[in-house]
Design a protein around this ligand. Structure first.
Ligand code: FPP
Ligand code: MG
Length: 296
């Protein structure tokens, strides 16, 4: 499945007919291709499914190119980010090229699909801005945080699932619900891994979210449990490069108050809700199980 998706993505990039874009694109690590795999799984590997999955992956890749500029990230999926190796201007322009090319290919699909994907991109862009704004100061509001995840990460996964269902003539609402819950759950797991895994496994620095200003769910749950002194201490660590003692304090207190377990429980609950929407679809249940179990 992955081979077909990768070669279709490359085919679309080569249609741009600009060697520099192809060269830079080839340097990217493609990652898990979750969105394309989801579309291909639901829509049974049809040509339309592979093409739509490739378009969505190009949109996702361009959003990450821009995100790494915004987050000033130097690594992405274990390799140097484009902004680090080629500069931010190149990363933004490559993102623009891939993103607009994906849109050009998207108009080959019917308006339901074009509208679903295009509006998901607006939502993920709003989610990104919310994420940046939320990161400006310490946030302990769980609902606001989850709303941001719904936009930033779940929107495109929800649309992928909905559009694949549309290609098959399935109930798009149920598949959209599956994708939304899969997406939020996926991002919660991502937030957990930032705390529990090391740099080598993650392909980016560990415990970096909080340094970037992101008060992810385990931090929100930890904050709720701490006494006044602890709360002040955690706040003072926000957006700061932490030394080993400070990292140790965060990890020890997260263990004491089960902050990671509580976050995992919510990811599991959302994953169960996703499973309920597509009850009996073993392949989609497997995607949920793998997403929960993953360690990078
Ligand atoms: C990663 O979040 C970022 C996203 C999933 C979305 C980024 C969206 C945009 C930049 C706006 C849309 C732009 C285009 C061109 C379509 P993260 O920083 O929490 O995750 P990370 O640790 O993987 O960087
Ligand atoms: Mg980022």
């Amino acid at each position: 499945m992955l081979d077909k998706i990768e070669s279709k993505i490359l085919e679309i990039v080569e249609e741009i007919n600009y060697d520099e874009a192809t060269r830079l694109f080839k340097k990217l690590n493609g990652g898990k291709r979750l969105r394309a795999r989801l579309i291909a799984t639901i829509a049974q590997m049809s040509d339309d499914a592979i093409k739509l999955g490739s378009i969505v992956e190009l949109i996702h890749a361009s959003s990450l190119l821009h995100d790494d500029v915004i987050d000033e990230a130097v690594t992405r999926r274990g390799v140097e980010s484009v902004n680090a190796s080629e500069g931010s201007k190149t990363a933004i322009m490559l993102g623009d090229i891939l993103y607009s090319k994906a849109y050009t290919s998207l108009v080959d699909f019917d308006p339901f699909i074009a509208k679903s994907v295009a509006s998901a991109v607006t939502r993920l862009s709003v989610g990104e801005m919310m994420d940046v704004k939320l990161g400006e100061k310490f946030n302990d509001n769980e609902d606001v945080y989850l709303k941001m995840l719904d936009l930033k990460t779940a929107a495109l996964i929800e649309s992928s699932s909905e559009c694949a269902a549309h290609l098959m003539g399935y109930d798009t609402k149920l598949y959209a619900l599956y994708g939304k819950n899969l997406g939020i759950s996926f991002q919660i797991i991502d937030d957990i891994l930032d705390i529990t895994q090391d740099e080598k496994t993650l392909g980016k620095p560990a415990l970096n979210d909080f340094v970037e200003g992101k008060c992810t769910l385990p931090y929100i749950y930890l904050y709720k449990e701490l006494d006044e002194d602890g709360k002040a201490k955690l706040k003072s660590y926000h957006k700061k490069v932490l030394n080993n003692d400070e990292k140790h304090w965060i990890k020890t207190n997260m263990e004491k108050f089960n902050s990671v377990e509580k976050s995992y429980d919510l990811a599991k609950k959302l994953s169960d809700e996703a499973a309920k929407a597509i009850e009996g679809d073993v392949a989609l249940e497997m995607i949920l199980a793998k997403m929960l179990e993953r360690n990078f």
